[in-house]
Design a protein around this ligand. Structure first.
Ligand code: CUA
Length: 157
């Protein structure tokens, strides 16, 4: 097979760039202590329903300015289905999955986590204004993926 000289140069350039980019990701992952959102906390994905804090999903007040929201994701929804939190307080979202990989995404906020079976992911967020926010799954998880969503109600303090 004959390769034109320029074609060869571009192929070598492309492969070298792939190695550079993968190298950057690899070096960062292993030297900067990067973890999934919230750390490396793990649980048995078969026992989500009986493992704290997922045995008691919902909104829990931690102290005056902090609330924890524990959420289980499953095909094709979230539990609990109704979430109500106050505006202006720090909300700690704790999520895990009971089956396959989902996501926990609140559009137009910085809350956007993968929800991985066996992994506890966590994200802190403070809603500035009251309102109703959409929560949706943006990882393809099966035939009902496009139905997988819920809402969060943010109320006046
Ligand atoms: Cu769950 Cu897509």
């Amino acid at each position: 097979m004959h390769l034109h000289k320029f074609e060869k140069i571009w192929l070598i350039f492309g492969i070298a760039m792939l190695a550079v980019f993968l190298g950057i990701v690899g070096v960062q992952a292993f030297t900067q202590g990067q973890t999934p959102a919230g750390g490396m906390e793990k649980i048995d994905p078969e026992k989500v329903d009986v493992t704290a804090p997922f045995d008691d999903p919902g909104v829990h007040q931690i102290d005056e300015d902090t609330y924890e929201v524990v959420i289980k994701a499953m095909a094709y929804g979230y539990e609990p289905s109704e979430i109500k939190v106050p505006a202006g307080k720090e909300i700690i979202f704790k999520v895990t999955s009971k089956d396959v990989i989902h996501s926990f995404t609140i559009p137009n906020t910085k809350v956007n986590m993968m929800v991985v079976p066996g992994q506890v992911n966590e994200k802190r967020y403070t809603f500035k204004e009251p309102g109703t926010f959409l929560i949706l799954c943006n990882e393809y998880c099966g035939t009902g993926h496009h139905f997988m969503h819920t809402e969060i109600e943010v109320v006046e303090e």
